[in-house]
Ligand binder design. Sequence first.
Ligand SMILES: O=C(CO)[C@@H](O)[C@@H](O)COP(=O)(O)O
Length: 237
Amino acid sequence: MSASRFSPEVEAAIREVRAEVARLHAELVRYGLVVWTGGNVSGRVPGADLFVIKPSGVSYDEITPENLVLCELDGTVVPGTPGSERNPSSDTAAHAYVYRHMPEVGGVVHTHSSYAVAWAARGEEIPCVITGMADEFGGPVPVGPFAIIGDDSIGRGIVETLRGHRSRAVLMQNHGPFTIGVTAKDAVKAAVLLEDVARSVHLAREAGPLIPIPQDDIDRLYARYQNVYGQAEDDRR
Ligand SMILES: O=C(CO)[C@@H](O)[C@@H](O)COP(=O)(O)O
């Protein structure tokens, strides 16, 4: 058996992230956020300059911890590791850019969820008109620049939009949502709740004028939700 290139602690962390990221891909299907092979999830490996990401074009029901792809933070595949024989997600460069420039981010998600994509197709941010948005996103969900896949453009657009912004979701213009989180599970939660608010606000606006929430109230709702809601052991505490 070849000697591992990683310490036992890093190897254990890689195994845990592989299992979690594989499980989370099924959540995108469960919540109706993707069709066919669209979308992807990645997770940073704690204590290492590594992340695990979906193999490109692989059906969600075929994703396993072993066929996920282990990458360096520059996006290169770690050779000789499980899944390294496959191409990583076509969004690997974007995920890698986020991990390099936002050290607090532990997970990145990309979906093509319909209502969020509809806002992205208009290049229109989702206004903060429901308390659920104030809770989860701390205000509007912003739009990122139009960027073609293939280099750091998408990743740079995500970072430049979200750095210093409360929202963990960005609507990349003409493309769709990317979300970030302190863990991959946190990023998937943001993707699920993003599609929920994108749909609710879309439906509300179709029926009549939207009523904005005063900024002071948004601030109070966000502070409560981030610091009081849920349990002390939740990811975002
Ligand atoms: O939207 C894009 C690329 O940005 C899709 O191709 C993407 O959702 C799925 O690509 P992968 O299967 O992850 O390579």
